[in-house]
Write a protein that binds this ligand. Structure first.
Ligand code: ZN
Length: 409
C-alpha cells in the first residue's frame, strides 16, 4: 500500500491547502516524513493553481498575477537526511487525473511575463491539449499527435538560510541594474501572495518577506524544466537542511527543450509516485554543486527529425559574439517559418515547439564569432509528411479551431 502524502482538491483554492507552498524558505514545515527506501505519492496542482481554464479565451493567460506561482507539493522530510548528503529520487510514475485529462500551453503577453520569442508574439494566446492515456492532441493545433514524456518541471530540496540569502542578494542585485525593464530581469521576494504551507502568524510573515520566488532554476534544481526528468528517471539532489525537504510541482504532460513559450509546456495538475534514498556525504564524495540525474529507460520512439540550424546573428542582422541564446532563437524562428509553409499560423508553430518532444542542442560554441544551436523537430508527430522535397510543401493542416488571442489592455 503506497500512501498519498499530499492530496489536492482542484475545486479548492491552493491557498487553502496547507500541504503546498509557493516560495522557497528553510522554515516551511515538512508536510510528512518518510524513511529512506519508502515510496509515496504526491498530488499536485498545475503551476497556476487552476487559474487557466479549458475555454476559448486567452484573457486568463493575459491577466494572471504571476506572483502566485508555482504551487508546490511538500516539503517532504526524509529521516536521517543531513546537509551535504545527496537525496536520490526515483520518479516511479507520473500521471494526469482521469477526471481532469487536459492541459494548457500559452504565451504570456510581453507586458506580463513574456517568453523566449516575446518580441514576435507580444500578445497572450493559448492552446488546450486533450490527454488520452499517453497521447495528446489539441483542437487549436491540428495535424499533430504525440506521446508525452510526463515530468515535474520543478523539483528540489529546501535551501538553508545561507543559500537563500545568496539567491536573494544576487537576484536583487541583477534587478537593480535595470529596475524598470519589461519583462523584469528577475523576481524579488514578494510577501502579499506568498503561501508558506503550514507556517502561521509572525513566523509566516517573516519567512514570506524573504522567501525566494520559484521561477528560476538554482543550485538545488528547482524550476529546471527538463523534459527528460520523466518516469523512470533517477535524480540526485543536494541536501541543505536536516530532513532535506523535497518539494515539487509544475507537472508537464510534454515539453520541448527550452520550454520556450513560458506558459509553458503542456501544463497540468496530476500525481507523482516517488521513492527516496540517501547517499550520506554525497555532495562532497562526488563534487556535486547542482543536481545530476539518470534518464528513464522509456522514451517515445521518435527517431526521425528535421533539424534547424541557428547562428548568433539576430533577426535584425546584428552580429553577437558566441551567444547561444540568440542562436537558439534563430533555430526556433527558422522552424516556425518552415512550418507556416504547411498551413500553420506562426502561433500554432510556436506552440508545437513549446509542447512537442522537440530537442534543442548547443552544437558549437568556439567558432568565433558565431555559436550554432540546433532545433530538432520530430517528423513522426505530424499527420502528414513535413519533409522537404522537389514538389514543395504539398501536405499540410486543414481545419482546426484558431488559437484564442487576447489583445493587450
Ligand atoms: Zn511549467
Amino acid at each position: 500500500m503506497t500512501d498519498t502524502l499530499v492530496k489536492v482538491d482542484l475545486s479548492q483554492s491552493a491557498y487553502d491547502n496547507e500541504m503546498v507552498h509557493n516560495r522557497w524558505h528553510p522554515d516551511i514545515p515538512m508536510v510528512a516524513t518518510v524513511k529512506p527506501g519508502r515510496d509515496f505519492i504526491l498530488e499536485c496542482y498545475d503551476w497556476t493553481g487552476g487559474f487557466i481554464k479549458n475555454d476559448e479565451s486567452a484573457a486568463d493567460v493575459r491577466d494572471i498575477d504571476l506572483s502566485i506561482v508555482h504551487f508546490l507539493s511538500g516539503p517532504v522530510g526524509v529521516e536521517g537526511a543531513e546537509p551535504g548528503d545527496l537525496l536520490v529520487v526515483d520518479i516511479l510514475d507520473i500521471g494526469a487525473f482521469p477526471h481532469n485529462a487536459w492541459g494548457f500551453n500559452g504565451f504570456f503577453s510581453k507586458q506580463n511575463g513574456g517568453g523566449f520569442l516575446t518580441e514576435h508574439f507580444p500578445q497572450a494566446q493559448k492552446s488546450i491539449w486533450d490527454i488520452k492515456g499517453m497521447f495528446t492532441s489539441s483542437r487549436h493545433v491540428p495535424g499533430v499527435n504525440f506521446a508525452g514524456m510526463i515530468h515535474p518541471g520543478l523539483i528540489g530540496c529546501l535551501p538553508d538560510p545561507k543559500l537563500l540569502d545568496t539567491w536573494n542578494r544576487r537576484e536583487t542585485g541583477l534587478i537593480a541594474t535595470n529596475p524598470n525593464r519589461i519583462p523584469p530581469l528577475a523576481n524579488a521576494p514578494f510577501a502579499p501572495t506568498a503561501h508558506m504551507g503550514r507556517l502561521k502568524g509572525d513566523a509566516k510573515a517573516a519567512a514570506a518577506a524573504t522567501g525566494a520566488r520559484t521561477v528560476p532554476p538554482r543550485e538545488h534544481g528547482g524550476n529546471c524544466d527538463i523534459k527528460d526528468l520523466s518516469r523512470g528517471a533517477r535524480v540526485f539532489f543536494p541536501v541543505y537542511v536536516p530532513g532535506a525537504g523535497l518539494s515539487m510541482g509544475d507537472l508537464h504532460f510534454s515539453q520541448g527543450d527550452g520550454e520556450i513559450t513560458f506558459c509553458g509546456a503542456i501544463e497540468m495538475p496530476g500525481w507523482i509516485h516517488l521513492k527516496v534514498e540517501l547517499i550520506k556525504g554525497g555532495m562532497g564524495k562526488y563534487g556535486i554543486k547542482n543536481p545530476i540525474f539518470k534518464p528513464s529507460v522509456i522514451k517515445p520512439a521518435y527517431s526521425d527529425y528535421l533539424i534547424f540550424e541557428g547562428i548568433s546573428v539576430d533577426e535584425a542582422g546584428e552580429q553577437h559574439y558566441l551567444d547561444v541564446n540568440v542562436a537558439y532563437r534563430q533555430a526556433c524562428l527558422n522552424a516556425i517559418n518552415y512550418m507556416t509553409k504547411f498551413g500553420y499560423s506562426p502561433a500554432q508553430a510556436y506552440a508545437i515547439l513549446g509542447t512537442a518532444p522537440v530537442q534543442g542542442h548547443i552544437s558549437g560554441v568556439v567558432d568565433i564569432p558565431n555559436s550554432c544551436a540546433t532545433l530538432w523537430l520530430p517528423t513522426e508527430i505530424f499527420d502528414f509528411d513535413i519533409n522537404p522535397g522537389a514538389d514543395g510543401p504539398s501536405g499540410g493542416v486543414r481545419g482546426g479551431v484558431p488559437m484564442p488571442l487576447a489583445p493587450d489592455l
